[in-house]
Design a protein around this ligand. Structure first.
Ligand SMILES: [Fe+2]
Ligand SMILES: [Fe+2]
Length: 342
């Protein structure tokens, strides 16, 4: 939802203001001329002036009238300018306020969405840190590809980082017996598991129906639906291939894959970075888009560092003590420190 660029206008528009200004000047001119005629008639009736004094008096009065006219025109001009300046600054303030509120709203929405995605992710990964790592990996690939795709700018990348958290949101619809099954899935279970891509897309489509078209939700739908599609068309749910797979989903597919193979799951150990990098390279052009795989290869050391750092943090975060610490710190921040019953 981009902040509105439309300027807010109050009062009369410049064209009307000029017309009003002209009317006032003409009215003043009419008042001054009428006054002149009346004064002239009064002087002629009351005094006997020599023609030379009559002439001087006429020019004296005319210059006073013109001075009044010029002065009032200048005052009008300055007043109108001040009004316009004030209007512009009020407009600017209002625009800033609207943008601040839009940003605020977006921040809240993004935080809520990330929280929900994390909740879904808790079910089968390590405390949801999987999503944080995927966001970082996706950012690295998108940065690397930004020269080749005009649509990739900083706004697009920010959207991708957050939308990547929605990739597995459909897993909330998969039963624990399949999601957490240690060991290989049967063909039937695999088919069931694969439904998470469409369940995720469907969930976000329901949000889109309420919200209307929205760049972020649209990207979330692409990612949820297509992050298991493969470059050669052998993926699921539709078997879409090549450029028909959304760019965002092509990037998240690799980020998700790398994180999944280098993380521990109930059914497997973590693969070392070098092995994962070699596996991704072997899948270049089949599973992964060639340029996305190349972007990974160029930055694979960065991936390795993030994996080591964020997985290290995760191991600690997994402990119940850490969760307790977080809850305790929150209560203290609220001025309600935890008091345990003696
Ligand atoms: Fe998935
Ligand atoms: Fe995932």
């Amino acid at each position: 939802m981009a902040p509105t660029k439309r300027r807010l206008e109050f009062g009369f528009r410049p064209k009307n203001r000029r017309a009003l200004f002209m009317c006032i000047v003409l009215a003043q001119l009419a008042v001054i001329l009428t006054g002149e005629l009346l004064i002239d008639a009064w002087i002629k009736r009351s005094f006997e002036l020599a023609p030379i004094y009559e002439d001087r008096l006429f020019w004296f009065r005319m210059s006073i009238a013109l001075s009044i006219l010029t002065l009032s025109a200048a005052t009008m001009f300055l007043a109108s300018k001040r009004y316009r300046d004030e209007l512009e600054s009020a407009n600017e303030e209002l625009e800033q306020e609207v943008q601040r509120q839009v940003k605020d709203g977006l921040k809240k929405r993004n935080a809520l969405i990330f929280g929900l995605a994390k909740l879904a992710d808790y079910r089968d990964t390590d405390t949801g840190a999987h999503l944080e790592r995927i966001g970082l990996y996706a950012r690295i690939i998108a940065d690397e590809l930004s020269g080749s795709y005009p649509e990739i700018d900083s706004e697009w990348i920010d959207r991708l980082v957050l939308a990547s958290s929605l990739h597995d949101i459909g897993k909330v619809g998969i039963s624990d017996s399949i999601l957490l099954k240690p060991g290989r899935l049967t063909a039937e279970e695999r088919t069931e598991m694969e439904k998470h891509a469409l369940i995720g897309a469907e969930t976000l489509l329901a949000i889109r129906e309420k919200l209307g078209p929205d760049g972020f939700i649209d990207m979330g739908i692409e990612i949820a639906m297509q992050h298991h599609e493969k470059w050669d068309g052998t993926g699921y749910p539709f078997g879409v291939k090549g450029d028909d797979i959304a760019l965002s989903a092509r990037i998240v597919a690799l980020a998700d894959f790398y994180d999944a193979v280098t993380s521990v799951r109930v059914y497997k150990d973590a693969m070392p970075h070098e092995e994962a990098a070699a596996l991704i390279e072997s899948l270049r052009g089949t599973h992964f888009a060639p340029d996305v795989a190349d972007a990974f290869r160029t930055n694979d050391e960065l991936f390795n560092r993030i994996r080591a750092r964020v997985q290290g943090e995760t191991a600690h975060a997994e402990s119940f003590t850490k969760l307790e610490d977080n809850a305790r710190r929150y209560l203290e921040g609220q001025g309600k420190p935890l008091k345990l019953a003696a």
